[in-house]
Design a protein around this ligand. Structure first.
Ligand code: RIB
Ligand code: CA
Length: 305
């Protein structure tokens, strides 16, 4: 499988990208490219953060810059979670790397066609780029062998609004387009990460390793202490790393159900809500409700040592 990760590189995205750099480099999986989208922080900051992670993994993977704003909605950010720079305001957001000149949406369409049947896409940010790529290349869904989306809230437990998870809430129109174009999505919703947090002890164990990657990890994840103080969390939710873990190792999926996922576009309380229609004979997603979290944490530890 040749993977493309579409990211709005914040802290958990960076951990996920590191996992892919370390684990998707063999016969079974290769990291083909990264595409960037505005979300947690601005597109410019996302591009710097992706470059910084590729630097620390000494990766030669190319990345393509995408949409700086949602299709319709006003931009939303998550700097209160990820820091103003998107990597925990730890002085890590710097790189000499620059994105390729091709727009991310065009790169997604081109690479999916070039490697049709071998390409997997993992989205860990708003779905703006992928939605645009669907309109640029209507056959894109047929070219993509596997699509893993971190997003949505299967029990309606939102984090950006009472009803909506950030990646969907940030661009609901894009999410609707993606859920209408693909019928074989593996969805990693917010509650699954919330109900299976990484224990702080595990986080601290990874951070304590005496290597450049671990020092980067330690500096970046120090922001998680503010999540504990502010929200009383007894651990760290890591949705994007969970999405990469199940993409590379589907056997980590411990429980799931099939549904047609529908995105609400109303302008009121439910905007960005993801309804899970399990009555349908035409599901578009396998919704992951439980993962083998210890194995996912081991993948993170192995990548960031
Ligand atoms: O709701 C969690 C998602 O929003 C994650 O992808 C996190 O990085 C933020 O983008
Ligand atoms: Ca993200």
């Amino acid at each position: 499988m040749r993977w493309i990760i579409d990211t709005d590189a914040g802290v958990d995205d960076a951990i996920a990208i590191g996992m892919a750099c370390a684990h998707a480099r063999g016969a079974a999986h290769t990291l083909l490219a990264l595409t960037t989208v505005a979300g947690n922080v601005s597109l410019e900051k996302v591009n710097v953060n992706v470059g910084a992670v590729l630097d620390v993994f000494e990766s030669d993977v190319l990345f393509f810059s995408g949409c700086a704003a949602p299709l319709v909605a006003p931009p939303q950010r998550a700097e209160d979670f990820h820091g103003a720079d998107g990597l925990g305001d730890a002085g890590l957001s710097r790189t000499a790397r620059r994105p390729q000149p091709e727009h991310a949406a065009l790169a997604l369409a081109r690479l999916a066609e070039r490697y049709a049947g071998e390409v997997g896409i993992i989205t860990i940010g708003p779905l703006t780029n992928l939605a645009l790529a669907c309109h640029l290349s209507p056959r894109l869904p047929q070219h993509v062998r596997r699509l893993v989306v971190m997003g949505g809230a299967w029990q309606g437990f939102g984090n950006q609004t009472p009803a909506a998870e950030f990646n969907i809430a940030a661009d609901p129109e894009a999410a609707r387009i993606v859920f209408e174009h693909f019928d074989h999505i593996i969805l990693l919703p917010w509650e699954t990460a919330l109900e299976q947090m990484m224990p702080f002890e595990t986080l601290e164990h990874i951070a304590a390793q005496a290597t450049p990657r671990a020092r980067f990890f330690a500096a970046m994840t120090r922001v998680a202490n503010t999540w504990r103080e502010r929200l009383g969390w007894q651990g760290v939710p890591l949705p994007d790393p969970m999405a990469v873990a199940v993409a590379l190792n589907p056997e980590l999926i411990a429980a799931s159900f099939f549904a047609r996922v529908l995105v609400d576009l109303s302008g009121d309380v439910a905007r960005g809500f993801t309804a899970m229609d399990r009555r349908t004979a035409h599901p578009n997603a396998q919704v992951v409700t439980l993962v083998n979290a210890p194995l996912a944490w081991q993948m993170i530890r192995d990548a960031w040592h």
